[in-house]
Design a protein around this ligand. Structure first.
Ligand SMILES: CC(C)(COP(=O)(O)OP(=O)(O)OC[C@H]1O[C@@H](n2cnc3c(N)ncnc32)[C@H](O)[C@@H]1OP(=O)(O)O)[C@@H](O)C(=O)NCCC(=O)NCCS
Length: 285
């Protein structure tokens, strides 16, 4: 099966595959991968048609993320997923990146285990469904207050410690596309919590969502839900975070699917996951 580097011209093909899988990414997300890693995203092609994808993003050469491992159902079980993954690993090994991380679906997990990925922690996707007419008025929030560039910079800095590497370029791009979802809770100039969001293809997605206490976590979730005018909201929360779990339940979110955070190599920059309510998303970390 021939593999090649993915280009911007392949975005419609990538969208087709993620649509079949029922995933929430948009063309803007595919663009984020290709801009961050123009040589590090791959497609498998058969009969001049893209039948598989895999993306990579490196974070400060501390670790890299593998995402969007997708194979057309008609072509599954022939080793294409494994081949794409091996190509991504080969590319990242060539850059001498010490760790590769990803968030695996139950379907993807056996593939990764065979290639020496091990579990770090469990994540769950939870979903809130409500009539769109209820949106934006539930909690009576007004229009989003614009965030100053200085505050955005401080949030990105705070996120480095939580995530384990600088991913300011991604957070700024999320903020640019959906500034109404960026929020912060602070105390005396110290950042106690922050949240970003994305408008996905079928749901508004909250993440990353970080808070040092339950009050901050609640404020950020409340604000996200209030600023979303969609009928569906999703969040990928860390199962170990009891505060986030309780809040999601009390807001009416329900379990959708499980994910496993995995890594291969030396996980020297794990970040501070105990502060994290929800990840950015399985494709980005
Ligand atoms: C997960 C996914 C990418 C796997 O793609 P795939 O191309 O079917 O993967 P592979 O063919 O490499 O491996 C799948 C199985 O086929 C087997 N296989 C590999 N080569 C084979 C071959 N030549 N002939 C027959 N079987 C083969 C593998 O051993 C594996 O078996 P297992 O299920 O017992 O582990 C695909 O199922 C998919 O797109 N799922 C939906 C999206 C998703 O969940 N992606 C993972 C995100 S983390």
């Amino acid at each position: 099966m021939p593999l090649r580097t993915m280009t911007m011209a392949d975005i419609p093909a990538g969208l087709r595959l993620k649509e079949i899988a029922g995933w929430n990414q948009t063309a803007a997300d595919w663009k984020r991968f290709l801009e961050a890693s123009p040589e590090g995203c791959f497609v498998a092609e058969e009969d001049e048609r893209v039948c598989g994808t895999a993306t990579t993003i490196s974070f400060e050469n501390r670790f890299a993320w593998v995402g969007m491992v997708l194979v057309d159902p008609q072509y599954r079980g022939r080793g294409i997923g494994t081949q794409l993954l091996k190509r991504a690993i080969e590319y990242l090994d060539g850059l001498k990146i010490p760790a590769i991380k990803l968030d695996a679906t139950p379907q993807g997990k056996p593939l990764y285990e065979k290639l020496e990925f091990v579990c770090e922690y469990e994540i769950e996707r939870w979903t809130l469904r409500r009539p769109p007419s209820e949106a934006a008025k539930v909690y009576g929030f007004g229009a989003a207050v614009p965030l100053s560039p200085e505050l955005l910079e401080s949030i990105c800095k705070a996120d480095q410690e939580v995530f384990g590497a600088d991913r300011g370029f991604l957070l700024k791009s999320l903020h640019e596309d959906a500034p109404e979802f960026t929020a912060e809770v602070g105390n005396d100039g110290r950042i106690e919590g922050y949240a970003f969001g994305r408008r996905g293809s079928f749901a508004d997605h909250l993440g990353p969502w970080m808070a040092k206490d339950a009050t901050g976590a609640c404020q950020l979730l409340e604000r996200f839900v209030a600023h979303s005018s969609r009928g569906v909201q999703t969040v990928d929360y860390l199962k170990s975070n009891a505060i986030a779990g309780d809040l999601l339940r009390s807001f009416g979110f329900c379990f959708s699917r499980s994910l496993t955070r995995m890594y291969r190599g030396s996980n020297d920059h794990p970040g501070r996951s105990e502060l994290l309510c929800a990840i950015l998303g399985p494709e980005f970390g």
